[in-house]
Ligand binder design. Structure first.
Ligand code: LLP
Length: 463
Protein backbone atom coordinates (compact mmCIF):
# COMPACT_ATOMS: atom_id res chain seq x y z
CA UNK A 1 0.00 0.00 0.00
CA UNK A 2 1.39 3.40 -0.87
CA UNK A 3 1.92 5.39 2.28
CA UNK A 4 1.50 8.62 0.39
CA UNK A 5 -2.09 7.67 -0.37
CA UNK A 6 -2.98 8.43 3.27
CA UNK A 7 -5.61 5.69 3.33
CA UNK A 8 -8.58 6.31 5.54
CA UNK A 9 -9.57 3.60 7.92
CA UNK A 10 -6.83 1.04 8.49
CA UNK A 11 -5.80 0.30 12.03
CA UNK A 12 -2.43 1.58 13.15
CA UNK A 13 -0.73 -1.79 12.86
CA UNK A 14 -1.54 -1.79 9.15
CA UNK A 15 -0.11 1.60 8.45
CA UNK A 16 3.12 1.44 10.39
CA UNK A 17 5.78 1.39 7.68
CA UNK A 18 7.80 -1.77 7.29
CA UNK A 19 10.80 -1.85 9.62
CA UNK A 20 9.34 0.93 11.74
CA UNK A 21 9.42 0.22 15.45
CA UNK A 22 6.17 -1.51 16.28
CA UNK A 23 6.64 -1.49 20.03
CA UNK A 24 7.07 1.61 22.15
CA UNK A 25 10.56 2.38 23.46
CA UNK A 26 11.25 1.12 26.99
CA UNK A 27 11.37 4.59 28.50
CA UNK A 28 9.57 7.44 26.78
CA UNK A 29 11.32 10.00 28.94
CA UNK A 30 14.73 9.00 27.68
CA UNK A 31 16.28 11.05 24.88
CA UNK A 32 18.28 9.03 22.38
CA UNK A 33 21.54 10.97 21.87
CA UNK A 34 21.59 9.74 18.28
CA UNK A 35 18.66 11.96 17.30
CA UNK A 36 19.09 14.90 19.66
CA UNK A 37 21.62 17.74 19.50
CA UNK A 38 24.68 17.28 21.62
CA UNK A 39 23.87 19.54 24.57
CA UNK A 40 20.26 18.37 24.94
CA UNK A 41 19.32 16.78 28.27
CA UNK A 42 16.72 16.97 31.03
CA UNK A 43 17.12 19.08 34.14
CA UNK A 44 16.18 18.07 37.69
CA UNK A 45 12.56 19.06 37.00
CA UNK A 46 12.41 16.74 33.98
CA UNK A 47 12.30 19.68 31.58
CA UNK A 48 14.40 19.26 28.45
CA UNK A 49 17.25 21.73 28.09
CA UNK A 50 19.55 22.74 25.27
CA UNK A 51 22.74 24.69 25.85
CA UNK A 52 21.74 24.74 29.53
CA UNK A 53 18.35 26.45 28.97
CA UNK A 54 14.99 24.79 29.65
CA UNK A 55 12.42 24.62 26.87
CA UNK A 56 9.89 26.27 29.18
CA UNK A 57 12.10 29.36 29.41
CA UNK A 58 12.76 29.21 25.69
CA UNK A 59 9.05 29.14 24.96
CA UNK A 60 8.42 32.09 27.27
CA UNK A 61 11.06 34.16 25.51
CA UNK A 62 10.68 33.08 21.87
CA UNK A 63 7.25 31.45 21.58
CA UNK A 64 6.31 28.37 19.58
CA UNK A 65 6.69 26.95 17.05
CA UNK A 66 10.39 27.70 16.91
CA UNK A 67 13.60 25.99 15.84
CA UNK A 68 16.31 25.83 18.51
CA UNK A 69 19.79 25.27 17.18
CA UNK A 70 22.65 24.03 19.34
CA UNK A 71 25.54 26.22 18.25
CA UNK A 72 28.21 24.13 19.99
CA UNK A 73 26.95 21.05 18.19
CA UNK A 74 26.98 22.86 14.84
CA UNK A 75 30.53 24.05 15.36
CA UNK A 76 31.66 20.64 16.62
CA UNK A 77 30.24 18.97 13.53
CA UNK A 78 32.02 21.49 11.28
CA UNK A 79 35.28 20.73 13.04
CA UNK A 80 34.69 16.99 12.88
CA UNK A 81 34.23 17.18 9.11
CA UNK A 82 37.19 19.51 8.61
CA UNK A 83 39.46 17.35 10.80
CA UNK A 84 38.30 14.12 9.21
CA UNK A 85 39.09 15.32 5.69
CA UNK A 86 42.30 17.09 6.69
CA UNK A 87 44.28 19.64 4.77
CA UNK A 88 44.37 17.73 1.50
CA UNK A 89 40.61 17.98 1.07
CA UNK A 90 37.91 20.63 1.23
CA UNK A 91 34.57 20.56 3.00
CA UNK A 92 31.85 22.73 1.49
CA UNK A 93 28.77 23.08 3.70
CA UNK A 94 25.65 22.84 1.49
CA UNK A 95 23.79 26.03 2.33
CA UNK A 96 20.47 24.76 0.96
CA UNK A 97 20.07 22.69 4.14
CA UNK A 98 19.92 25.88 6.21
CA UNK A 99 21.65 29.19 5.66
CA UNK A 100 21.73 32.39 7.65
CA UNK A 101 24.37 35.01 8.28
CA UNK A 102 25.21 33.56 11.68
CA UNK A 103 25.73 30.17 10.06
CA UNK A 104 28.03 31.73 7.47
CA UNK A 105 30.12 33.28 10.24
CA UNK A 106 30.36 29.96 12.10
CA UNK A 107 31.47 28.23 8.90
CA UNK A 108 34.06 30.89 8.28
CA UNK A 109 35.40 30.61 11.82
CA UNK A 110 35.49 26.81 11.72
CA UNK A 111 37.35 26.75 8.41
CA UNK A 112 34.64 25.37 6.14
CA UNK A 113 33.78 26.43 2.62
CA UNK A 114 30.27 27.00 1.34
CA UNK A 115 28.19 25.59 -1.49
CA UNK A 116 25.44 27.95 -2.67
CA UNK A 117 22.86 27.25 -5.34
CA UNK A 118 21.14 30.56 -5.94
CA UNK A 119 21.73 34.29 -6.05
CA UNK A 120 19.95 34.57 -2.69
CA UNK A 121 22.30 32.11 -1.02
CA UNK A 122 25.27 33.86 -2.63
CA UNK A 123 24.09 37.22 -1.26
CA UNK A 124 23.66 35.76 2.21
CA UNK A 125 27.16 34.30 2.10
CA UNK A 126 28.79 37.49 0.87
CA UNK A 127 26.86 39.73 3.24
CA UNK A 128 28.21 37.75 6.19
CA UNK A 129 31.76 38.03 4.93
CA UNK A 130 32.43 34.59 3.45
CA UNK A 131 35.42 35.09 1.15
CA UNK A 132 34.26 34.53 -2.43
CA UNK A 133 37.08 32.12 -3.15
CA UNK A 134 35.63 29.77 -0.50
CA UNK A 135 32.26 29.65 -2.27
CA UNK A 136 31.13 27.07 -4.85
CA UNK A 137 28.20 28.04 -7.05
CA UNK A 138 25.73 25.32 -8.08
CA UNK A 139 22.45 25.06 -9.94
CA UNK A 140 21.03 23.42 -13.04
CA UNK A 141 19.66 26.65 -14.47
CA UNK A 142 21.66 29.57 -13.16
CA UNK A 143 20.50 32.84 -14.63
CA UNK A 144 22.82 35.03 -16.66
CA UNK A 145 22.64 37.52 -13.82
CA UNK A 146 23.60 34.92 -11.20
CA UNK A 147 26.52 33.77 -13.33
CA UNK A 148 27.71 37.33 -13.87
CA UNK A 149 27.60 38.13 -10.17
CA UNK A 150 29.40 34.90 -9.25
CA UNK A 151 32.18 35.58 -11.76
CA UNK A 152 32.42 39.26 -10.81
CA UNK A 153 32.83 38.58 -7.10
CA UNK A 154 35.28 35.78 -7.88
CA UNK A 155 33.67 32.63 -6.48
CA UNK A 156 36.15 29.79 -6.05
CA UNK A 157 34.30 27.58 -8.48
CA UNK A 158 31.19 27.38 -10.58
CA UNK A 159 29.88 23.88 -11.07
CA UNK A 160 28.78 23.62 -14.70
CA UNK A 161 25.60 21.65 -15.06
CA UNK A 162 24.81 21.64 -18.78
CA UNK A 163 26.27 22.18 -22.24
CA UNK A 164 24.55 25.55 -22.49
CA UNK A 165 26.07 26.64 -19.23
CA UNK A 166 29.60 25.81 -20.35
CA UNK A 167 29.19 28.41 -23.06
CA UNK A 168 27.33 30.91 -20.86
CA UNK A 169 29.92 30.93 -18.09
CA UNK A 170 32.80 31.08 -20.57
CA UNK A 171 31.14 34.00 -22.33
CA UNK A 172 30.48 35.96 -19.12
CA UNK A 173 33.99 35.34 -17.81
CA UNK A 174 35.54 36.42 -21.06
CA UNK A 175 33.42 39.54 -21.27
CA UNK A 176 34.68 40.45 -17.79
CA UNK A 177 38.26 39.68 -18.76
CA UNK A 178 38.37 36.78 -16.32
CA UNK A 179 39.13 33.09 -16.31
CA UNK A 180 36.61 31.29 -14.07
CA UNK A 181 37.54 28.12 -12.18
CA UNK A 182 34.90 25.50 -12.94
CA UNK A 183 34.01 21.89 -12.34
CA UNK A 184 31.69 19.83 -14.53
CA UNK A 185 28.87 18.04 -12.76
CA UNK A 186 28.42 14.56 -14.16
CA UNK A 187 25.72 11.98 -13.57
CA UNK A 188 27.43 8.69 -13.01
CA UNK A 189 24.51 6.30 -13.43
CA UNK A 190 24.12 5.55 -9.73
CA UNK A 191 20.82 6.10 -8.03
CA UNK A 192 21.28 6.31 -4.31
CA UNK A 193 18.56 5.74 -1.78
CA UNK A 194 18.60 5.71 1.96
CA UNK A 195 19.61 2.11 2.46
CA UNK A 196 20.43 1.00 -1.05
CA UNK A 197 21.74 2.06 -4.36
CA UNK A 198 20.44 0.95 -7.67
CA UNK A 199 22.67 1.25 -10.66
CA UNK A 200 19.96 2.30 -13.10
CA UNK A 201 19.41 5.03 -15.62
CA UNK A 202 19.85 7.81 -13.10
CA UNK A 203 20.80 9.98 -16.06
CA UNK A 204 17.04 10.41 -16.35
CA UNK A 205 17.02 13.61 -14.29
CA UNK A 206 17.59 17.31 -14.72
CA UNK A 207 21.02 17.60 -13.08
CA UNK A 208 24.40 17.23 -14.65
CA UNK A 209 25.88 15.77 -17.81
CA UNK A 210 25.80 12.00 -18.27
CA UNK A 211 28.99 10.01 -18.28
CA UNK A 212 27.14 7.59 -20.51
CA UNK A 213 27.40 7.98 -24.26
CA UNK A 214 30.57 10.04 -24.00
CA UNK A 215 28.64 13.17 -23.06
CA UNK A 216 30.79 14.13 -20.08
CA UNK A 217 33.91 13.57 -22.18
CA UNK A 218 32.47 15.94 -24.77
CA UNK A 219 31.71 18.51 -22.06
CA UNK A 220 35.34 18.33 -20.90
CA UNK A 221 36.50 18.80 -24.49
CA UNK A 222 34.42 21.95 -24.84
CA UNK A 223 35.35 23.36 -21.43
CA UNK A 224 39.06 22.86 -22.13
CA UNK A 225 38.73 24.68 -25.43
CA UNK A 226 37.24 27.87 -23.99
CA UNK A 227 39.51 30.68 -22.81
CA UNK A 228 37.12 31.95 -20.16
CA UNK A 229 37.21 28.67 -18.23
CA UNK A 230 39.78 26.95 -16.07
CA UNK A 231 38.55 23.40 -15.69
CA UNK A 232 39.71 22.21 -12.27
CA UNK A 233 37.75 19.00 -11.86
CA UNK A 234 34.70 16.79 -11.98
CA UNK A 235 31.72 16.89 -9.64
CA UNK A 236 29.25 14.16 -8.75
CA UNK A 237 26.37 14.19 -6.25
CA UNK A 238 24.45 10.95 -6.01
CA UNK A 239 21.55 11.74 -3.70
CA UNK A 240 20.59 12.48 -0.13
CA UNK A 241 20.13 10.77 3.25
CA UNK A 242 22.46 7.93 2.21
CA UNK A 243 23.95 5.48 4.71
CA UNK A 244 25.56 3.00 2.39
CA UNK A 245 29.00 3.94 1.02
CA UNK A 246 28.60 1.61 -1.98
CA UNK A 247 26.99 4.33 -4.11
CA UNK A 248 29.92 6.67 -3.42
CA UNK A 249 32.32 3.89 -4.30
CA UNK A 250 30.77 3.35 -7.74
CA UNK A 251 30.56 7.09 -8.27
CA UNK A 252 34.22 7.68 -7.33
CA UNK A 253 35.34 4.84 -9.57
CA UNK A 254 33.49 6.26 -12.56
CA UNK A 255 34.69 9.81 -11.96
CA UNK A 256 38.30 8.60 -11.71
CA UNK A 257 37.82 6.71 -14.96
CA UNK A 258 36.78 9.97 -16.58
CA UNK A 259 39.91 11.66 -15.20
CA UNK A 260 41.98 8.89 -16.76
CA UNK A 261 40.18 9.30 -20.09
CA UNK A 262 40.78 13.05 -19.96
CA UNK A 263 44.47 12.49 -19.34
CA UNK A 264 44.68 10.01 -22.23
CA UNK A 265 42.88 12.32 -24.64
CA UNK A 266 44.20 15.74 -23.60
CA UNK A 267 47.36 15.03 -21.64
CA UNK A 268 45.78 16.96 -18.73
CA UNK A 269 45.34 15.61 -15.19
CA UNK A 270 42.41 17.46 -13.64
CA UNK A 271 43.45 18.23 -10.05
CA UNK A 272 40.12 17.96 -8.15
CA UNK A 273 37.09 15.78 -7.68
CA UNK A 274 34.00 16.61 -5.68
CA UNK A 275 31.84 13.75 -4.44
CA UNK A 276 28.93 15.93 -3.36
CA UNK A 277 26.88 15.59 -0.20
CA UNK A 278 24.12 13.26 0.83
CA UNK A 279 25.35 11.58 4.01
CA UNK A 280 22.48 10.42 6.17
CA UNK A 281 21.59 11.37 9.73
CA UNK A 282 19.47 9.70 12.42
CA UNK A 283 15.87 10.89 12.38
CA UNK A 284 14.78 7.96 14.53
CA UNK A 285 16.62 5.49 16.73
CA UNK A 286 16.56 3.01 13.85
CA UNK A 287 18.96 5.08 11.76
CA UNK A 288 22.70 4.47 12.03
CA UNK A 289 24.69 7.27 10.46
CA UNK A 290 28.43 7.07 9.94
CA UNK A 291 30.94 9.35 11.59
CA UNK A 292 32.73 11.91 9.38
CA UNK A 293 36.02 10.19 10.11
CA UNK A 294 34.77 6.87 8.69
CA UNK A 295 33.29 8.61 5.68
CA UNK A 296 36.52 10.51 4.96
CA UNK A 297 38.58 7.36 5.33
CA UNK A 298 36.31 5.33 3.06
CA UNK A 299 36.17 8.03 0.37
CA UNK A 300 39.87 8.74 0.32
CA UNK A 301 40.71 5.03 0.21
CA UNK A 302 38.40 4.52 -2.75
CA UNK A 303 39.80 7.49 -4.66
CA UNK A 304 43.44 6.65 -3.87
CA UNK A 305 42.98 3.03 -4.90
CA UNK A 306 41.23 3.90 -8.14
CA UNK A 307 43.80 6.55 -9.02
CA UNK A 308 46.69 4.21 -8.35
CA UNK A 309 45.09 1.63 -10.59
CA UNK A 310 44.71 4.25 -13.33
CA UNK A 311 48.22 5.64 -12.84
CA UNK A 312 46.90 9.07 -11.80
CA UNK A 313 48.10 11.32 -9.00
CA UNK A 314 45.40 11.42 -6.32
CA UNK A 315 43.29 14.53 -6.91
CA UNK A 316 42.20 16.89 -4.17
CA UNK A 317 38.85 15.66 -2.86
CA UNK A 318 35.97 17.84 -1.80
CA UNK A 319 32.60 17.00 -0.27
CA UNK A 320 29.42 18.97 0.34
CA UNK A 321 27.58 17.82 3.45
CA UNK A 322 24.52 19.85 4.37
CA UNK A 323 22.14 17.69 6.36
CA UNK A 324 24.96 15.83 8.15
CA UNK A 325 26.20 19.08 9.66
CA UNK A 326 23.08 21.07 10.49
CA UNK A 327 20.36 18.40 10.58
CA UNK A 328 21.01 16.95 14.03
CA UNK A 329 21.79 20.29 15.64
CA UNK A 330 18.23 21.62 15.89
CA UNK A 331 14.81 20.63 17.13
CA UNK A 332 11.43 22.22 16.57
CA UNK A 333 9.50 23.14 19.69
CA UNK A 334 5.70 23.05 19.51
CA UNK A 335 2.88 23.48 21.96
CA UNK A 336 0.06 20.96 21.99
CA UNK A 337 -3.31 22.54 21.21
CA UNK A 338 -5.75 19.65 20.92
CA UNK A 339 -5.71 15.91 21.57
CA UNK A 340 -8.19 13.71 19.72
CA UNK A 341 -8.29 10.04 20.67
CA UNK A 342 -9.78 7.65 18.11
CA UNK A 343 -10.70 4.49 19.95
CA UNK A 344 -8.79 1.47 18.61
CA UNK A 345 -6.93 3.54 16.03
CA UNK A 346 -4.61 6.25 17.23
CA UNK A 347 -4.61 9.63 18.93
CA UNK A 348 -4.15 12.82 16.92
CA UNK A 349 -2.07 15.40 18.72
CA UNK A 350 -2.29 18.82 17.07
CA UNK A 351 0.53 21.28 17.50
CA UNK A 352 0.84 24.96 16.68
CA UNK A 353 2.94 24.51 13.52
CA UNK A 354 2.90 21.83 10.83
CA UNK A 355 3.67 21.45 7.16
CA UNK A 356 4.63 25.12 6.89
CA UNK A 357 7.64 24.54 9.17
CA UNK A 358 8.34 20.93 8.21
CA UNK A 359 7.17 19.86 4.77
CA UNK A 360 9.41 16.79 4.73
CA UNK A 361 6.90 14.34 6.20
CA UNK A 362 4.25 15.29 3.64
CA UNK A 363 6.68 15.59 0.76
CA UNK A 364 8.99 12.61 1.26
CA UNK A 365 7.18 10.42 3.79
CA UNK A 366 10.06 11.36 6.07
CA UNK A 367 10.12 9.81 9.51
CA UNK A 368 10.74 11.82 12.66
CA UNK A 369 10.85 11.24 16.38
CA UNK A 370 9.00 13.30 18.95
CA UNK A 371 9.20 13.71 22.72
CA UNK A 372 7.24 15.35 25.49
CA UNK A 373 9.78 17.91 26.67
CA UNK A 374 8.08 20.18 29.21
CA UNK A 375 7.87 17.39 31.81
CA UNK A 376 8.45 13.68 32.28
CA UNK A 377 5.55 11.28 32.58
CA UNK A 378 4.96 7.80 33.91
CA UNK A 379 1.82 7.31 31.85
CA UNK A 380 1.53 4.38 29.46
CA UNK A 381 2.83 4.84 25.90
CA UNK A 382 0.16 5.76 23.39
CA UNK A 383 0.42 5.59 19.60
CA UNK A 384 0.03 9.09 18.23
CA UNK A 385 0.15 11.03 15.03
CA UNK A 386 1.49 14.52 15.51
CA UNK A 387 -0.27 16.86 13.13
CA UNK A 388 -0.16 20.57 12.42
CA UNK A 389 -2.77 23.29 12.22
CA UNK A 390 -3.04 23.58 8.44
CA UNK A 391 -6.13 23.04 6.38
CA UNK A 392 -5.43 19.61 5.00
CA UNK A 393 -5.24 16.13 6.40
CA UNK A 394 -1.77 15.50 4.89
CA UNK A 395 -0.45 18.07 7.35
CA UNK A 396 1.49 15.50 9.37
CA UNK A 397 4.61 16.27 11.36
CA UNK A 398 5.31 12.81 12.79
CA UNK A 399 3.34 10.00 11.23
CA UNK A 400 3.70 7.31 13.89
CA UNK A 401 5.19 7.80 17.32
CA UNK A 402 4.60 7.02 20.95
CA UNK A 403 3.92 9.65 23.57
CA UNK A 404 2.77 9.27 27.17
CA UNK A 405 -0.99 8.74 27.27
CA UNK A 406 -1.48 11.79 29.49
CA UNK A 407 -0.21 14.23 26.83
CA UNK A 408 -2.45 17.26 27.03
CA UNK A 409 -3.03 20.76 25.67
CA UNK A 410 -0.30 23.10 26.91
CA UNK A 411 2.39 20.40 26.89
CA UNK A 412 5.49 21.13 24.86
CA UNK A 413 6.63 18.63 22.24
CA UNK A 414 9.94 18.69 20.42
CA UNK A 415 10.78 17.07 17.11
CA UNK A 416 14.54 16.49 16.83
CA UNK A 417 16.77 16.54 13.75
CA UNK A 418 14.94 19.41 12.07
CA UNK A 419 18.03 21.52 11.39
CA UNK A 420 18.18 20.63 7.70
CA UNK A 421 15.56 21.33 5.04
CA UNK A 422 12.89 22.48 7.49
CA UNK A 423 13.36 26.24 7.93
CA UNK A 424 14.94 26.37 4.47
CA UNK A 425 11.82 24.78 2.95
CA UNK A 426 9.31 26.52 5.21
CA UNK A 427 6.34 28.23 3.60
CA UNK A 428 3.60 30.70 4.39
CA UNK A 429 0.84 28.21 3.59
CA UNK A 430 -2.42 29.40 5.16
CA UNK A 431 -0.48 32.60 5.80
CA UNK A 432 1.44 30.92 8.55
CA UNK A 433 4.27 33.02 9.91
CA UNK A 434 7.56 31.21 9.48
CA UNK A 435 9.12 30.38 12.86
CA UNK A 436 12.35 31.86 14.16
CA UNK A 437 15.65 30.07 14.43
CA UNK A 438 17.21 30.58 17.83
CA UNK A 439 20.83 29.65 18.46
CA UNK A 440 21.55 28.41 21.96
CA UNK A 441 24.99 28.19 23.52
CA UNK A 442 26.37 28.20 27.06
CA UNK A 443 23.18 29.33 28.72
CA UNK A 444 22.50 32.06 26.17
CA UNK A 445 19.90 32.07 23.44
CA UNK A 446 19.77 34.49 20.54
CA UNK A 447 17.55 34.80 17.52
CA UNK A 448 19.48 34.30 14.28
CA UNK A 449 16.42 34.36 12.01
CA UNK A 450 13.47 36.17 13.54
CA UNK A 451 9.86 35.05 13.48
CA UNK A 452 7.84 36.47 10.62
CA UNK A 453 5.15 38.94 11.51
CA UNK A 454 1.83 39.71 9.88
CA UNK A 455 3.45 42.93 8.80
CA UNK A 456 6.06 40.91 6.89
CA UNK A 457 3.25 39.07 5.10
CA UNK A 458 1.37 42.23 4.24
CA UNK A 459 4.51 44.02 3.06
CA UNK A 460 4.61 41.79 -0.01
CA UNK A 461 0.90 42.17 -0.71
CA UNK A 462 0.74 45.40 -2.64
CA UNK A 463 -3.06 45.52 -2.56
N1 LLP B 1 25.65 19.03 -3.05
C1 LLP B 1 24.73 19.07 -4.01
C2 LLP B 1 25.15 19.32 -5.39
C3 LLP B 1 23.37 18.89 -3.70
O1 LLP B 1 22.47 18.92 -4.66
C4 LLP B 1 23.00 18.67 -2.35
C5 LLP B 1 21.59 18.49 -1.98
C6 LLP B 1 24.00 18.64 -1.38
C7 LLP B 1 25.32 18.81 -1.76
C8 LLP B 1 23.70 18.44 0.08
O2 LLP B 1 23.09 17.25 0.35
P1 LLP B 1 22.90 16.78 1.89
O3 LLP B 1 24.28 16.49 2.42
O4 LLP B 1 22.27 17.90 2.63
O5 LLP B 1 22.04 15.60 1.80
N2 LLP B 1 15.06 18.70 0.40
C9 LLP B 1 15.56 17.34 0.49
C10 LLP B 1 17.03 17.26 0.20
C11 LLP B 1 17.41 17.85 -1.14
C12 LLP B 1 18.88 17.82 -1.35
C13 LLP B 1 19.26 18.53 -2.58
N3 LLP B 1 20.65 18.59 -2.83
C14 LLP B 1 15.24 16.79 1.88
O6 LLP B 1 14.64 17.50 2.67
O7 LLP B 1 15.58 15.66 2.18
Amino acid sequence: MSRSAHPAGPRHADVLPEGHYSAPPADLNQLDPKVWARTVGRDERGVVTVGGIGVDALQREFGTPAYFLDEDDFRARCRAWADAFGKDADVFYAGKAFLSRAVVRWLKEEGLNLDVCSGGELSTALSAGMPAERIAFHGNNKSEEEIRRAVEVGVGRIVLDSFQEIVRVAHVAQSLGKRQRVQIRVTVGVEAHTHEFIATAHEDQKFGIALAGGQAAEAVRRALSLDGLELIGIHSHIGSQIFDMAGFEVSARRVVQLLADVRDEHGVELPEIDLGGGLGIAYTSDDDPREPHDIAKALSEIVTRECEAAGLATPRISVEPGRAIVGPTAFTLYEVGTVKPLEGLRTYVSVDGGMSDNIRTALYDAEYSVALVSRTSDAEPMLVRVVGKHCESGDIVVRDAFLPADVAPGDLLAVPATGAYCRSMASNYNHALRPPVVAVRDGEARVIVRRETEEDLLRLDVG
